[in-house]
Ligand binder design. Structure first.
Ligand SMILES: Cc1cc2nc3c(=O)[nH]c(=O)nc-3n(C[C@H](O)[C@H](O)[C@H](O)COP(=O)(O)OP(=O)(O)OC[C@H]3O[C@@H](n4cnc5c(N)ncnc54)[C@H](O)[C@@H]3O)c2cc1C
Length: 267
């Protein structure tokens, strides 16, 4: 499939390793979906949409390896290629009470979700190793009906500990009659998400997780992101999956495959 070539219209520095790149383009994406971004001279890589208002969209990117290093050197006006949006999205229902659990750049699609569920009550748990790894604090505090709970592993901001500690506290306060009106959504490191899933199973609370796998085509053709032992593609049947499906994915929280298909155990 041919890429669409578009110019970077704005760049926001979020922290020393994370930038949000904006594009004036009608992407028509939903929170949780991703695009394949072609970065000239390197590769095509998947990134979740962190902002989309119909005329403009944004990608929040962590500087990691060759492709993202190259992107971080690009300027406003430089061109990239895009394909998508692809994949599944988080449930959008303003009548629910959302508990969002975000780790690292996993905050990107969840921040977009907060901007599409006007009026919903939201508890947003944002975690980082230190206060410098936290994202979108200022923007999140402006969302109506949103309670922001910050956690850091080192205690440099908010609660010292893990996002899952706060999740357990919040779930304990939920009126049993309101359980079916509560939805936990999570995105971030896989072991964190697995713990969120286990906690939701124990508390009998609905949840949706976002499963990241090595993706090459983004549209279910190449088979790179097929997962054990269901044989479904995470670029098409994911990245967002509901609790029932997440519970059936044997490898979730245990291992994934690298670009050569070799198993890498979760740690
Ligand atoms: C559905 C989905 C959504 C994502 N959303 C974001 C996002 O919003 N922000 C963000 O910063 N990153 C996101 N990523 C991860 C991002 O695609 C990788 O960090 C990026 O491709 C790294 O490329 P690189 O060349 O800089 O680093 P590399 O050195 O090539 O890779 C660093 C690590 O990134 C992962 N990675 C590399 N290429 C891919 C690929 N094609 N598919 C999946 N993982 C890969 C691997 O785990 C690898 O070890 C997402 C991945 C997926 C699958």
């Amino acid at each position: 499939m041919d890429s669409t070539f578009i110019k970077i219209s704005d760049i926001e520095i979020e922290n020393s390793n994370v930038k949000t790149f904006y594009f004036d383009y009608e992407l028509k994406s939903k929170p949780g979906q991703f695009i394949m971004l072609w970065i000239p001279g390197t590769d095509q890589k998947p990134f979740s949409v962190s902002f989309d208002n119909g005329q403009k969209f944004g990608l929040t990117i962590f500087k990691r390896g060759p492709a993202t290093n190259k992107l971080f050197k690009m300027k406003i006006g430089d061109r990239v290629g895009i394909n998508g949006p692809y994949g599944t999205n988080f449930t959008i229902n303003p009548n629910l009470h959302y508990i969002m659990v975000a780790g690292g750049y996993g905050a990107a699609p969840l921040k977009f979700l907060t901007q599409t569920i006007n009026g919903a009550a939201i508890d947003f748990i944002a975690g980082g190793r230190t206060k410098d790894n936290l994202l979108f604090e200022e923007e999140l505090t402006k969302i109506p009906n949103l309670n922001l709970h910050i956690t850091t592993d080192d205690g440099s901001k908010g609660y010292k500990g893990f996002v899952t500690d706060v999740l357990v506290e919040l779930l304990a306060k939920i009126d049993p009659a309101q359980k079916d009106k509560t939805l936990v959504v999570t995105c971030g490191p896989e072991l964190m998400q697995k713990k969120v899933l286990d906690i939701c199973n124990e508390h009998n609370i609905n949840c949706e997780v976002s499963i990241e796998r090595y993706m090459k085509c983004g549209m279910g053709i190449c088979g790179q992101c097929v997962i054990d032992d269901l044989g479904i593609c995470m670029c098409k049947d994911g990245p967002v999956v509901n609790q029932k499906l997440a519970n059936q994915i044997f490898e979730f929280g245990k291992y994934h495959r690298d670009k050569s298909g070799v198993i890498v155990h979760s740690q």
